[in-house]
Design a binder for this molecule. Structure first.
Ligand code: BEZ
Length: 241
């Protein structure tokens, strides 16, 4: 099993795709939360950042906050975390709202919860402390957790690299599309692009795929079949008004 720390005192398994999201209770800028219980039935993006009052993190918070309603329409809540205390979080979020301009964004209010994790307990549980990068700051981790509290995707970025929020949103919509339509999404997929039909599971199906003309499906070979999935069908299925 992958472990975060090799020392005898502290061996913490890294959560993996397919695991149930580790439980915790936490103090946040929006009051106490019990995770993942109180998010049942919703997707959650649980993400960490290295520290408050740092410039890259500030741009990321501005982007996440400006997209909060967009994520909410896809039934997805945002929850942030860093190894800072509550009062630091509050002061930083106030400074972002009152003083920071980034691109065309200004006066941005962060309304989603930001967890205080001075003890690093939650960050360690989620493998957000990666000692080769920093022993005292969380890396930029992004956990996608589904409505049944299963971890569905994890992306890690180093401290110096600000995240791409278009990609985070694309990944969320792609996973929801895969669930709703029982398909997979190819490289660079965007809503409206063709999707991948799951591989043939038997020799009979493989032959059928190449021999039968099917108006829905286009097969270049038995293992490579795509299908049209119009953008409006995707958006109707995954977005609520
Ligand atoms: C930043 O958010 O600007 C940052 C944080 C830690 C290391 C480097 C940059």
């Amino acid at each position: 099993m992958e472990t975060l720390f090799a020392s005898k005192e502290q061996v913490i398994p890294m959560p993996r795709i397919g695991d149930i999201a580790p439980k915790f209770s936490a103090v946040t800028t929006q009051g106490e939360i019990n995770f993942p219980m109180e998010y049942k039935g919703k997707w959650v993006i649980l993400f960490s950042h290295p520290a408050d009052f740092t410039p890259v993190c500030t741009t990321e918070f501005i982007r996440f906050a400006s997209l909060e309603d967009t994520f909410a329409k896809a039934n997805c809540k945002l929850v942030g975390l860093s190894i800072d205390g509550l009062y630091s979080h509050i002061a930083w979020l106030r400074a972002i709202k009152e003083k920071i301009k980034f691109k065309d964004y200004k006066n941005v209010e962060v309304k989603f919860p930001l967890i205080e994790d001075i003890s690093m307990e939650i960050a360690k549980k989620y493998g957000m402390i990666q000692p080769g990068e920093s022993k005292t700051q969380a890396v930029r981790a992004v956990f996608f957790i589904d409505p049944s509290a299963i971890i569905r995707a994890i992306i890690y970025y180093p401290l110096s690299l600000g995240r791409n929020f278009d990609e985070i949103y694309r990944a969320l919509i792609a996973m929801q599309t895969a669930d709703k339509f029982s398909v997979a999404t190819p490289a660079d997929w965007q809503p409206g692009d063709d999707v991948i039909v799951p591989p043939a599971g038997s020799c009979g199906t493989a032959s059928e795929r190449v021999e039968t003309k099917n108006s829905d499906m286009e097969c270049s070979d038995w293992f490579f079949c795509t299908q049209k999935l119009p953008k409006n069908k995707v958006l109707e299925a995954v977005l609520k008004e």
